[in-house]
Design a protein around this ligand. Sequence first.
Ligand code: GLC
Length: 536
Amino acid sequence: MKEAQQKHLWWQESVIYQIYPRSFQDSNGDGVGDLRGIISRLNYLQWLGIDAIWISPIYPSPMADFGYDISDYTGVHPLFGTLDDFDELLQEVHARGMKLILDLVPNHTSDQHPWFLESRSSRDNPKRDWYLWYDAKEDGSVPNNWLSVFGGSAWEWDEKTQQYYYHAFLKEQPDLNWRNPEVQQAMLDVMRFWLDKGVDGFRVDVMWHMIKDKQLRDNPPNPNYTPNMATYEQLVPAYSTDQPEVHQIVRMMRQVLDSYHERMMIGEIYLPIDKLMTYYGTDNSGAHLPFNFLLLSLPWDAAQIASTIGQYEGALPTGGWPNWVLGNHDQPRITSRVGKSQARVAAMLLLTLRGTPTIYYGDEIGMRDVAIPPEEVQDPQGLNMPDLYLSRDPSRTPMQWNDQANGGFSESKPWLRLPDNYRRLNVQAQEQDPYSMLSLYRKLLKLRHEEPALNIGTYVPVPPEGQVLSFIRQHESQRFLIVLNLSHRPVFFKPRNLSCRGRIAIATYPEREGEAFNNSTSLAGDEGLVIRLEEA
Ligand code: GLC
């Protein structure tokens, strides 16, 4: 066991936990979470069994996009604390044997970043070419038809210098010109700044956006567009994203990481499987983990999920390590998508699949999307397209720690409201309850850490039957059979072409733990089982 595990790097054996810092723990009573708050909760994460923490941006920012609009890449926003607080956080994380992954947002800065202020000051400013400035067409219109993800045109007119600049997101988030070597060097230096401090890796924001077509060709119309979709979906972003040259940039970033000891890079990439795979880079020269968001958009259907897992596994390049995600700060929460009971099955899936899982804060207690009244909406995506209900606030609400005021998150009114039921649904209430979601997560994490089969073992699919999704994880002679009922109705499971015996190690309904398994079993609706098989 030791020998086999030594071949794997820490991030392959890890379970990552995403913290949205505004909402994790407030330590100074301003209603917004901060670094000292995170420090105060590290013991909880350690108790839970987390190996690595990824924190969404903590840098100085006007907060037009809640930190994804950065005005200083090597500082800490006063809301979150100071660089000293950061150093202490890093030290405390490492003292617990955990790793810290920062969010890197290289595609765009804030429009208040000194680089952009300079760039926009005059056409001949040395930093003019750091951003994407273009002339209007002859009739004064925008340079091409590219759209902003957050609605409207992606071009903003600058009155003073009489040119347009490109912004894939808000106009307060101008895109950098990554073809400019000075930009490349500046951002690689940012990476070095944090790596020198000892940060273990980066989650790279919108990696597939970083280079755009040099000729600025129009994006083609999306034949699948319907009016209930965001306006951005009107076009296929064929020329504004996923350009071949992006891989050179990713490789440069990887080289910086490789010049340090065992640092890693996750890429945020929303692309189909074949394209996603290219971000591993030729001979693994790209991202260590191009985020796999397949489970976020697939219908919750056993056949489709089984087939997609197979496609993903099959498409991985040699040496490419898989990873899985059930939620993040841009997506509806899993509990709201599939329901409270089925979310337990989803947790079992996430934590038994092959590859590094990332848990979104609060999912471990079954937090749901919180209804935010229109007058309290904060997210620009929600505010810009009010009729489409695209606000990401519902999945960004404060962590529910206990039954005290504001769920123990803050002494003051939090920046986003908590749900009415937080007094019942919180960490404290679930800690001692063996039937809670939190106990299930903890058990799954523990077993995953103890059993190489579940951690680094191979993945062997069992053909899906109805709504039962099943697979085997194996390492040497150790095998686990995972059986997940993705429906709310009871089913009978008897795998074809497979004969095995074992004992239930973890069940979503814990009463069944310890029960013998002999080749077939009934499953209640929303039931999932992790079965330790007898040695073959
Ligand atoms: C990424 C982030 C998202 C942000 C966007 C623009 O998708 O996850 O929260 O709004 O990039 O930076």
